[in-house]
Design a protein around this ligand. Structure first.
Ligand SMILES: Cc1cc2nc3c(=O)[nH]c(=O)nc-3n(C[C@H](O)[C@H](O)[C@H](O)COP(=O)(O)O)c2cc1C
Length: 333
């Protein structure tokens, strides 16, 4: 690994590594901020946090930023193994991740995962209500988790599911009652196709099922529904149509642990996609600290913090894909 040397220009990046970077940027991230930057050598890639894409109101500690970075690292590793490289990871205290690559064997499991890496999406639509079978749930529960990460799954008719749901509605009231939260969210909303194309990031009108209208029409409509009653009414329908809720927890907080959580999350999301299931995030309680700790107590999670909440089920349809900024534009020297 020659990471002491300078990073390559985009045109000098080897096709294999270019392909891996293309997969890395398909990772999910809070508000689709895509908070990563890359430095690239002949046999290494460095993934760096881009704090200019921080979300200071919803994510003041950059916790979700580093989770997103972990998802990108996991994608990069899947692509590298699928292309016949063994990977070696190194983490700096500041959250810079160096992925060193050594020629090895093609990993067939990673080759299969590539398909799900492209098909995975956050699907916020109302689901069918169909239950996920015990076999599929067992397979989802088996994903390898990084150190300190926990995963719980609860069915729609379980008490814990209702406790989490109540906390989500409470989270909507707290967040959408906060003008600063709304202001930050608005800056990441993309109001029509033109706006989405110009930015290639953020929360597109299309993923919420909104039509492509001139901005003077779509902006007031999309921002007008940023109300807690409206959001909770929609979330109630979404939760009632789900099969399960998944919760990711941590026993220890810190940059390395958040990155590890992101890697575990991405493995889970790829497996969810491979099983033909859909999922979306409902992280509101995790983003309001007293709600997060209250929820951990209510769920008797001793010594664990609630980090991520996901709704799982079967979708009636795929949703449009969220845009991405190409990796070339994320390259730093
Ligand atoms: C750490 C993290 C937190 C997220 N929180 C939420 C959330 O609370 N609500 C939501 O609808 N989506 C949430 N998302 C999903 C992102 O908005 C989504 O990944 C992004 O818009 C890109 O879309 P995609 O996942 O379909 O590729 C979160 C994603 C990550 C990685």
């Amino acid at each position: 690994m020659d990471q002491g040397m300078r990073s390559l220009d985009a045109e000098d990046v080897r096709p294999d590594i270019a392909y891996m970077l293309e997969q890395a940027v398909k990772a999910p991230s809070g508000h689709n901020a895509q908070p990563w930057l890359f430095r690239v050598g002949d046999d290494w890639v460095q993934i760096l946090p881009n704090t200019s894409k921080s979300l200071p109101v919803v994510d003041p500690d950059n916790r979700e930023l580093f989770i997103g970075l972990g998802c990108a690292v996991e994608n990069l590793c899947v692509a590298a193994r699928a292309r016949g490289y063994d990977v070696e990871l190194d983490f700096s205290k500041a959250g810079e991740i160096t992925v060193g690559m050594l020629r090895g064997q093609v990993d067939e499991e990673s080759v299969r995962q590539l398909r799900w890496l492209s098909e995975r999406q956050t699907n916020r639509s109302v689901y069918t209500g169909e239950r996920i079978s015990p076999e599929v749930l067992a397979y989802l529960r088996e994903i390898p988790l990084e150190k300190f990460v926990g995963l719980r799954l609860w069915a729609r008719d379980e008490e814990a599911f209702s406790q989490v749901a109540s906390c989500i509605y409470e989270g909507n009231e707290r967040q959408l009652g906060d003008p600063l939260f709304k202001r930050e969210l608005r800056t990441w909303m993309r109001f029509n196709k033109r706006h989405e194309r110009a930015m290639s990031d953020g929360l597109s009108y299309a993923v919420f099922g909104a039509p492509n209208l001139p901005r003077f029409l779509s902006e007031p409509v999309m921002t007008g529904v940023l109300r807690s009653d409206w959001q909770s009414q929609g979330d109630r329908k979404r939760l009632e149509s789900a099969s399960h809720i998944a919760i990711f927890t941590l026993q220890k907080e810190g940059i390395t642990e958040w990155i590890g959580l992101g890697r575990s999350l991405q493995r889970f999301l790829l497996r969810v996609a491979a099983c033909g299931c859909a999922c979306s995030f409902l992280n509101q309680p995790c983003e309001v600290s007293d709600l997060a700790s209250g929820l951990a107590d209510a769920l008797s999670l001793e010594g664990e913090s609630v980090e991520l909440i996901l709704r799982l089920g079967y979708a009636k349809r795929r949703m449009p894909c969220s845009p991405r900024v190409p990796w070339r534009e994320k390259l730093v020297r």
